[in-house]
Design a protein around this ligand. Structure first.
Ligand SMILES: Cc1cc2nc3c(=O)[nH]c(=O)nc-3n(C[C@H](O)[C@H](O)[C@H](O)COP(=O)(O)OP(=O)(O)OC[C@H]3O[C@@H](n4cnc5c(N)ncnc54)[C@H](O)[C@@H]3O)c2cc1C
Length: 498
């Protein structure tokens, strides 16, 4: 699979590439950095549907946009996060991704405005033929590649999940969606209702409360919300005493160990952890806000636990700058929302923080040797490679830890796989479903967006190497150190699928 070229060269799109990465977000840029370092000489390009680097961190522009995991693990293993803040805002994360791309010459490999719409595999040629739409007229450009690395994220960029409510047409205010935030929206002095209780809602509420007349977070049911410091004293101490790389490494490992331990305790002793989380929330909310709004009836980590930096949401609620209401919407009226309880929430602006619309393989149609390929019928090998989809890997990060931890492992594994194929002269790598491995849902979350997408996602299997661990240490052993030729992965020359 080796085709020498000078690093940073702009490859012509008509000659087959060694690797095509789809997506110039956190994962795609990280994958390219790893590829340049560990497989020097590979000819690659990045297809990016949008006009910018950054993916999520460029798309989302709502007030207060920030990470909810710490940047010591959301950052790349190979590039220290040196800002003071552990929980960073969107622009800082975007700048970090762009800087990674720029400083390594990765940006020269990106084909902006190219949306992958079809990918067709030919075993005869051991090549993917990829069709990308580009330009206003959505002209199709064809690219051929030996390997396809999908770093297209997990949700649709074109639409968000947006339920419709009775009477919306009558509402005289403005209804907005966080994914498509209108930059001209002036909500200063206005009454705002934010519908939702997830990471986006808990970010928006304190941010908008700074200038809005009133902000109400309207949730159907409570979510676990935990306050974390926006800056980590340990990280600062390490940064003062150690070189940047070492300080980052030490902090990253401390955070990994701590969060894995907390997750383990939460799953092992859910009642105890629930009590503790609710107690902490009650303490920060003060006596005037009912902690029932933050007391879910599911166990911690059945759904993602929301993090608020320095308790900003609780502070806004305690000070009366914002309010939380738990209830179901009956209908919209001209002036706001009527709940099934009969309560009326007057509003000038309603924000639908109702979630994402999940999407796999960037929404592209895939065929393998002329047959339509259904990712939802496939089983994921080590959570990365889909059965019967040769020479391709899909990056899908953790749901209970920073996405990048798994994205980094995946990118490094792609390099190991490519180097193995070069050394052993193999043109095709594929995993096939194994008898006796029962299909299980890819994600075990009970969250609405995961449940809604269950029919789109591939499956995981009931045993190794088909399990999706959601556990960095376990993945490190199986992905970083596990053998490439493990007996499940099949290799062969071009001609037909091994
Ligand atoms: C608001 C928000 C906050 C989040 N906060 C956190 C957090 O704190 N911690 C965490 O771990 N995770 C968080 N996540 C998850 C987050 O998406 C990941 O952390 C990470 O940004 C994913 O990076 P990615 O590059 O894999 O995907 P994305 O950031 O989604 O980037 C995918 C890129 O692929 C491109 N693309 C998609 N389809 C195609 C196609 N067909 N053709 C060409 N290009 C395509 C897109 O345009 C995009 O640029 C958050 C998600 C959201 C929406």
């Amino acid at each position: 699979m080796h085709t020498p070229t000078s690093r940073g060269e702009d490859p012509p799109l008509d000659a087959p590439l060694d690797v095509l990465i789809v997506g110039a977000g956190l994962s795609g840029i990280g994958a390219a950095a790893m590829l340049q370092e560990r497989c020097p000489g590979k000819r690659y390009a990045i297809l990016e549907a949008r006009a910018a680097i950054g993916g999520t961190w460029d798309l989302f522009r709502y007030p207060g946009i920030r990470s909810d995991s710490d940047m010591y693990t959301l950052g790349y293993g190979f590039k220290p996060w040196v800002d003071a803040k552990a929980i960073a805002d969107g622009p800082a994360i975007r700048a970090y991704i762009r800087e990674t791309a720029h400083s390594r010459g990765i940006d020269r490999h990106i084909r902006f405005g190219h949306k992958l719409v079809r990918a067709s595999w030919s075993s005869k040629e051991a090549l993917w033929t990829v069709e990308a739409e580009s330009g206003e007229d959505r002209a199709i450009r064809t690219i051929r590649t030996r390997f396809l690395h999908m770093c297209s994220g997990y949700y649709s960029y074109d639409h968000a999940y947006r339920p419709h409510f009775e009477g919306e047409e009558a509402f005289r205010g403005r209804i907005v969606q966080p994914q498509f935030w209108p930059q001209d929206l002036d909500y200063a002095g206005k009454r705002v209702v934010v519908i939702g209780s997830g990471a986006t809602a808990v970010t928006l509420v304190p941010a908008m409360a700074q200038t809005a007349a009133q902000v109400t977070m309207l949730q159907r049911s409570p979510t676990y919300v935990v306050s974390r410091p926006s800056e980590y004293r340990f990280a600062h101490r390490m940064q003062r005493r150690l070189p940047a790389g070492l300080a980052y490494w030490a902090t990253r490992w401390r955070v990994i160990a701590e969060s894995m331990l907390l997750y383990r305790i939460a799953r092992g002793k859910p009642e105890l952890v629930k009590k503790k989380i609710v107690q902490m929330a009650a303490h920060q909310l003060g006596p005037d806000v009912d902690v029932a709004h933050f007391t879910p009836d599911y166990k911690p980590w059945d759904q993602r636990v929301c993090v608020v930096p320095d308790g900003d949401l609780f502070t806004a609620l305690r000070r009366g700058q914002a309010e939380v209401v738990t209830g179901h919407i009956a209908r919209f009226t001209a002036n706001g929302i009527v709940l099934q309880s009969g309560r009326v929430l007057e509003a000038d602006v309603v924000v639908m923080a109702t979630g994402l619309s999940l999407s796999v393989l960037g929404g592209a149609q895939v065929t393998v040797d002329g047959k339509p390929y259904a990712p939802n019928e496939a089983m994921a090998y080590k959570g990365m490679m889909l059965s019967d989809m040769p020479n391709s890997v899909m990056t899908f990060g953790y749901t209970n830890a920073s996405w990048t931890l798994k994205a980094d492992l995946t990118a490094a594994w792609v390099c190991r796989l490519l180097n193995y194929m070069d050394r052993s002269g193999q043109a095709i790598a594929v995993v096939r479903p194994e008898a006796g491995v029962a299909p299980e849902p890819f994600l075990s979350f009970t969250s609405g967006y995961v449940q809604r997408a269950a029919s789109l996602l591939p499956k995981q299997g009931s045993r190794r190497p088909w399990q999706v661990y959601q556990n960095y240490l376990q993945d490190m052993f199986t992905i970083r150190f596990g053998r490439i030729a493990d007996g499940v992965m099949r290799f062969g020359p071009k001609g037909s699928l091994p």
